[in-house]
Ligand binder design. Structure first.
Ligand code: MSP
Length: 518
């Protein structure tokens, strides 16, 4: 059983509908996973929903529903959102599923037996919105708490704490020895700064059932449920365990019922997350894994946050981007292209409708779409759609782009990979303008030259389909179809020059990105 390349996203809180930020993160993961599959590696992609906790309980009460009924209704719409984005996730975890709850309880029991928890009384401030305890140092100079914490209450409560403190130096050393563990560097530096400049408090890992009952019961004390982050992070292990992964199963005592085709998944290769939850993934999670005696994930890949029109997206002010509406109007590939081309993984980004439309028009309709359409239409018109003898005029340039794109994709440089691919689109469009096949067609003495030009263009279109497949899967497949090739361009190895054979009959050209009225 060989280990699969295992990529996860954060699991989203189910107290609302998906927005641009959720979509962006899932698309990063999807492109990475499709790339690995295209390069011949078996890969497993996990996404899902975080369904417990106070926020969800309150949202359900506000709608007059039980938390489970509330989650079930929303989960259906989140699952269809994953399909709408054309994600190739292999599983979709909901933290209210038995397979997850069993693993969380198994891990809590094991850690409790190993003496990793202790009970203590806490007196102080609590933010319900963030489900977190606050201290004096969280107060602003005027004595109030940041509005992001919502209503802050004072309470006194006894809970179980998970020992984090003692592992601080170990984690600093680990981050220093493994510079790509948290990537990109700006987010790694933040983690190191956080660890070096703060006292690492132990993690309050339970909530009393009298205050919150929408959570996973703590196996060693039924007066408590599990703190939502302790529950949510474990999804990265509970799904492998449910698929029979031997490493994940080693973390707790309960064995699930027989699994016919066990998979080897853990450790995760990449956890894709947003910058706001780095502390949970790069501080709490490694220490939890260490206590479970499990290997750490290979990388935590951190993306920035999207704004819209320079302002924070907010449901209350209506300043949001609804991915579903954009996809319904422009197509899923246009959306996939824009978010990955516009924003590199790491910094923050800004969505504007004008920026989206400008890229659609310049890069998709007039760039890629125009290239494929005119190349194939000319082949149809001048050669009856029959591929002429092969020619290598653009071979070296195309191969250079293939090598460059592959290297960038292997480093998760998705934005730069798209730039590299577009350098070939631009070059080929230039080639049409320079060689002017429409003029060559008028002169029978130039027939061989026209053959060569048409071959080069068709072959570039084919190679582009292969390079584009991880990003724009349905466009890539359409290009293949229009070239009269069956199947899906999902094997990177097909990106070598000279595969189109003389005499092959292409299909019917059609606009890939219809022009829209301004
Ligand atoms: N449930 C937790 C994650 C648990 S993972 C074990 C959570 N959920 S969330 O719904 O609030 O956020 C899910 C992901 O979406 C996070 O990685 C977050 O950074 C990302 N985004 C939420 N809003 C975003 C933007 N405006 N822009 C980009 N990504 C953002 O946190």
């Amino acid at each position: 059983m060989s280990k699969r390349f295992y990529v996860t996203t954060a699991i989203d809180y189910v107290n609302g509908h998906p927005h641009l930020g959720h979509a962006y993160e899932k698309l990063i993961a999807d492109v990475i996973v499709r790339t690995h599959r295209s390069l011949g590696q078996e890969a497993f992609f996990l996404t899902g929903l975080d369904e417990h906790g106070q926020k969800v309980q309150q949202a359900a009460i506000a709608e007059g529903k039980t938390p489970q009924a509330y989650c079930d209704a929303l989960a259906a719409s989140w699952k269809s959102f994953a399909a709408k984005l054309d994600l190739t996730n292999n599983d979709f975890i909901r933290t209210t599923e038995t397979r997850h709850k069993e693993v969380v309880q198994g891990i809590l029991a094991r850690l409790h037996d190993k003496g990793q928890f202790y009970r203590e009384i806490y007196r102080g401030f609590y933010s319900t919105k963030e489900e977190t305890f606050l201290t004096e140092k969280d107060r602003r100079p005027d004595g109030t708490f940041d509005l992001a914490y919502g209503e802050v209450i004072e309470l006194e409560e006894e809970n179980y704490y998970f020992k984090l403190k003692d592992h601080k130096q170990w984690l600093i050393d680990y981050l220093e020895r493994n510079p790509s563990f948290v990537s990109p560097e700006i987010h790694r530096n933040w983690v190191l700064g956080f660890l070096k400049n703060n006292v690492l408090e132990d993690l309050c890992s339970t909530r009393p059932t009298e205050r919150l009952n929408w959570g996973i019961p703590v196996p060693f004390d039924r007066n408590y449920v599990t703190y939502v982050w302790f529950d949510a992070l474990v999804n990265y292990i509970s799904v492998p365990a449910a698929h029979g992964d031997p490493a994940a199963l080693g973390a707790f005592d309960h064995q699930p019922s027989t699994i016919n085709h066990p998979l080897s998944l853990w450790p995760a290769d990449i956890h894709v997350i947003g910058k706001d939850i780095v502390k949970f993934h790069a501080v709490f999670w490694p220490i939890m894994l260490k206590a479970m005696e499990l290997p750490l994930p290979n990388q935590i890949l951190v993306h920035g946050w999207w704004q819209k029109d320079g302002e924070k997206m907010s449901k209350t002010t209506g300043n949001v981007v609804d991915p579903v509406a954009v996809i319904d109007e422009w197509g899923v590939d246009a959306f996939r292209f824009y978010v990955l081309r516009e924003l590199d993984i790491g910094p923050d980004g800004n969505w504007t409708d004008a920026g989206f439309q400008a890229r659609y028009s310049a890069e998709l309709a007039n760039g890629l779409g125009n290239l494929v359409n005119r190349s194939l239409s000319m082949l149809k018109r001048y050669r009856n759609g029959i591929v002429p003898p092969s020619s290598n005029e653009l071979a070296a340039e195309a191969e250079k782009v293939v090598v460059e794109t592959r290297a960038l994709l292997e480093q998760n440089q998705l934005q730069r990979a798209l730039q590299a691919i577009w350098s070939l689109v631009t070059r080929a469009n230039q080639y049409v303008d320079q060689t002017a096949p429409f003029k060559l067609a008028k002169d029978p003495a130039k027939a061989e030259r026209l053959d060569a030009v048409l071959y080069n263009l068709a072959e570039v279109c084919r190679i582009l389909a292969v390079l584009l497949w991880p990003f724009l899967p349905s466009t890539a497949t359409k290009i293949y179809g229009q070239l009269g090739l069956s199947g899906v361009p999902d094997k990177f190895s097909a990106a070598s020059w000279g595969v189109l054979a003389a005499g092959h009959s292409i299909g019917t050209p059609a606009a890939l990105f219809p022009k829209k009225d301004a």
